[in-house]
Structures are given as C-alpha cells and as structure tokens.
Write a protein that binds this ligand. Structure first.
Ligand SMILES: Nc1ncnc2c1ncn2[C@@H]1O[C@H](COP(=O)(O)OP(=O)(O)OP(=O)(O)O)[C@@H](O)[C@H]1O
Ligand SMILES: [Mg+2]
Length: 469
C-alpha cells in the first residue's frame, strides 16, 4: 500500500518537528513548511493526502490556508491546530470544511487517531466507486441501478411476474422507478416483441380517457370524426401500463373493472365486444387502501389490480445504493454534457447520503445533472448541488433576485468563485512581494513558485511592481 503524504504547516519549529517525528514513526511521509504561503506554493506542485495546519500564524491564517486548499484541491482533508480549545474557532473551522481540529498541547495518540480518521474519510473518488461497481455482479437489473437487498427483492419479483399474465400493481413514492419497473416487466416477458403502451391516467379528462382506453366509433360523440382504436387494442399482445391509476374516476373504474373481468372491450358508441390480450401493469404513488376506505377507489378494482404487488422502496431506505447511482448519473451526464468530472468531494457524498430525497432517484438524477452543468473543476463540490444556501456570499440582497435562469446562475457562481479565488491569490502575492521589498525573484523563491508563474499570477491579478507600469 502506498504511504500517505502529509503536509504540516506551523510557524513554530518545535511544533513542526514534534509533529513530524510522531507521524513519521507511523510510516507517514511528512513534509513541513513554516507558512501558509509556502504551503500554497507546494500544493500547486505536489499532491498530498492530508494537511495539518496551525490556526494562528503570521501572514496567512490557518482558516485562509483551509479556504484556499478547498479551492485548489477540494478533496484533501485538513486538520486545524488551535492554541486553545474554543468553540468559535472549531465551528468556523468546520464551517470552512476542516475535517477536524486538535488543540495544543496534544497527546501523540490523539493526533494519530485523528489523522487516521481524516484519511479514512477521504473522498470516495470516482475510481473507487467504479471499482465497486465492477466487482459487483449484481449492481442492477435492466436499467435499474442499485444492489441493496431491497432492490434485489424488486428485481426478483419483476422477473417472476414477467413470465405470468397476472395483473401487477406497482406502488412507491414519486421518482422511485415505477415506470422503469413497468418497462422492465415488459422487456423481460415473452411479450417483449409486442407493444408496450403507457397511459398517464392523470393527464386526461374522464371522457377522453375512456375514449383513449377503449376507442370510439365515428360519430359516437361530438368530435369523434373518425373511428379510433383504443389503447387496450393497440397494446394487443403486449403490455398496457396504467400510470397514476388512482386518478381514474369512479365511473371509469367500473368500466375498467368490467374489462379486466371479461378481457373484452366495447369501444364508445360501439356494440361489438372486442377481445383483448394484454398484460396489465398499473402504478400509483397514492395509498389505494386508504382511498378504498375513504370511498374514492373501488375495493373490487383494487383487489383485481393488486394481484401481484411490487413496492419500490424510497431512496432514503437504501442509502447504500447512493454511491453507485451517483456514479451512474455522473457517467451519463458527463458524456451528455461533454465535461470531464472525476468524482464528488467527500462532503458532497456525505451530504447526499444523508439527504432525505423526497423526490427519490429522479431528484438525485436532477441534482447530478445540474451539478455537472454548474461544476467548474473536475470534481463536484457542495456549491454545485445546493444552489441557494451554501455560499456565505449569497447575502440577503442577492437572494432577492431569485429566480435566475440556469445561465445567469452559472455566470453568477463563476463570478463569485473567481472573485473569491482572486482576492485570496492577490493577498498571497501582495504579501509575498511586501515581505521581499517588491523583489519578484525573492518573492517567488520564498513562496516556492517558479518565477515565470509568479509573474503571470501578478499579471492576471493586475499587480505591478511599484513604480513600474
Ligand atoms: N434504480 C434506478 N436506477 C436508475 N435510474 C432510476 C432508478 N429509479 C428511477 N430511475 C430514474 O429516475 C427517473 C424517475 O423514474 P420513474 O419515472 O420510473 O419514477 P416513477 O416512480 O414513475 O415516478 P412518478 O411517481 O413521479 O411518476 C427516471 O429517469 C428513471 O430512469
Ligand atoms: Mg411515473
């Protein structure tokens, strides 16, 4: 296993060396520096797995180091060292994304414990999730992603019911994959080469719905200028999916019940019974049992539909599926949008794993799509997800301007980030120059940045040597 690389930043040599000794005894590779400025220079050249920084230092404070690390390499954990345990600084540190903090003086074993913990909570890079996905033989089924035992049960039931002709009732909250389940049943059934017809029962008024489902004969009502084949007939030999079945009116419910009992339909205005051969799959996000007890859904129809129930679990009850779902949607949208994103920052993953997801998988999918659009680095950060409450910079007056469209929002975020980054960089460059009597060569040397790079930073930030123009 590769040894973890640690960077220690402290202005006091005694602390620096003490930390280094303790950590090296545990086989960590340790590098030290005496200021935040030096650290930023190092971070631009090399990769580290963990940073331990003093909070109070002359020049650049630990919080500033933390903030700039968050911008430069968002997935490196940072542990802050505070001179005295203070709730305020701890809160500020955590708010700015510190993984942990230690107060001086500290016992070596506490330090080691915290270091270990921070390293183990490092980001779950895309590669790891990817590996997990490859190792797992059953990461999904059909177009479903998810390997939790709750989803395995769903897959099992779908496979069983696909071989039968029994009516299926799919239940589950919005966005849990009810329509996906209906399609999976069809695609895994012997009917797969026949039509799959989906009807959204909530989108049509009562009479229109009936004429859609059963068809009508020319002239049977105003507007029936032509004979129309009902969807029951269109789906002949295949699967008919009645989505949002709870929205069917009581009188249409009676007609539907008859069709299911007789397996024949009568088009509106027609006299002939037309035999139908369909597998009926219905779905609802309402509790039909409650509707039955309230008298808004016929009990006999409920029993007819509920021959084989399939219940899709909400996402919050199968959190273990969240990482592979993230991976799946990242892959989908990076390809679609044409961006390279490596993964999500650790705090994003823990945020998503603890999000209640009232809109379930659809909500997660929308979040990832939006984050891929908004992301400016190659990693999804918290700000890319939470649009309104993440950034302190979104002060009251800015919130007044909602709603912004996606383009405006993107522009605004870009501006804020660049601005924040610029002012930090500017502070860094100016301070370095100030300390070195505005000698570029010496300032570059001190910060560990190559001279040409230092100069181009100055140029970008509009900093020129005093007296020069
Ligand atoms: N387990 C899953 N794996 C991958 N994608 C999923 C999964 N579950 C749902 N989706 C995706 O989430 C979106 C919503 O799924 P679907 O339309 O099937 O949900 P629904 O339960 O019918 O929602 P609603 O009640 O709002 O109609 C779709 O884009 C679907 O592809
Ligand atoms: Mg649906």
């Amino acid at each position: 296993m590769e040894r973890s690389k640690l960077l220690i930043i402290d202005d006091e040599a005694v602390i620096r060396d003490g930390l280094k000794r303790v950590l090296e005894s545990e086989a960590y590779v340790v590098e030290t520096c005496s200021s935040g400025f030096q650290a930023i220079g190092l971070l631009q050249q090399r990769e580290f797995d963990l940073i331990i920084t003093d909070l109070k230092m002359p020049g650049m404070s630990g919080i500033e180091v933390l903030k700039s690390v968050r911008t430069l390499q968002p997935d490196i954990p940072v542990i802050l060292i505070t001179g005295y345990a203070s709730i305020d600084t701890a809160v500020e540190a955590i708010k700015n994304g510190a993984s942990d903090y230690i107060s001086k003086p500290f016992a070596p074993d506490i330090l080691l414990e915290k270091v270990q913990k921070a390293l183990s909570q490092r980001s779950v890079p895309l590669d790891d999730i990817c590996l997990k996905e490859e190792l797992s033989l059953h990461h999904g089924f059909h177009q479903f992603i998810g390997e939790s035992k709750e989803m395995q049960k769903v897959y099992h039931r779908i496979k069983l019911v696909a071989t039968t002709n029994s009516t299926v009732l799919i239940t589950g909250e919005s966005g849990t994959g009810k329509e996906l389940a209906a399609r999976a049943i069809h695609d895994n059934s012997p009917r797969k080469d026949h039509p799959f017809v989906a009807v959204d029962c909530s989108s049509l008024a009562e009479t229109l719905l009936e004429s859609e489902l059963f068809g009508h004969v020319k002239g049977s009502f105003t507007g029936a200028v032509q004979t129309k084949t009902g969807l029951f007939k269109v789906a002949d030999g295949g699967t008919l999916f009645l989505d949002e079945v709870s929205n069917i009116s009581i009188s249409t419910q009676a007609k539907l019940l008859r069709v299911l009992q007789e397996r024949k339909i009568t088009p509106i205005g027609g006299t002939q019974l037309v035999p139908i051969d369909i597998h009926l799959v219905a779905a609802t996000n309402k509790n039909l049992k409650t509707m039955v007890s309230e008298g808004t859904f016929r009990e006999d129809l409920f029993f007819r539909l509920n021959i084989i129930p399939i219940e899709l679990p909400p996402l919050r009850d199968r959190k273990q599926d969240i990482p592979i779902l993230i991976r799946h949607f990242l892959k989908k949208y990076t390809v679609e949008i044409g961006k390279e994103i490596r993964g999500v920052a650790p705090d994003v993953l823990s945020f998503l794993e603890n999000h209640p997801f009232p809109g379930n998988v659809r909500e997660l999918e929308n979040m990832i799509e939006r984050a891929v659009v908004l992301a400016e680095g190659d990693i999804i950060r918290n700000e890319d997800l939470e649009l309104w409450d993440s950034s302190e910079i979104f002060s009251g007056s800015m919130i007044e301007q909602i709603p912004l469209n996606a383009e405006e929002l993107k522009e605004m975020k870009r501006h804020i980030r660049e601005h924040a980054m610029d002012s930090l960089e500017s502070l860094f460059v100016r301070n370095a120059l100030e300390r070195n009597g505005w000698n570029v060569t010496r300032a570059a040397e001190e910060t560990g940045i190559l001279r040409p790079n230092f100069q181009s930073m100055m140029k970008k930030l509009g900093i020129s040597i005093k007296g020069e123009h």
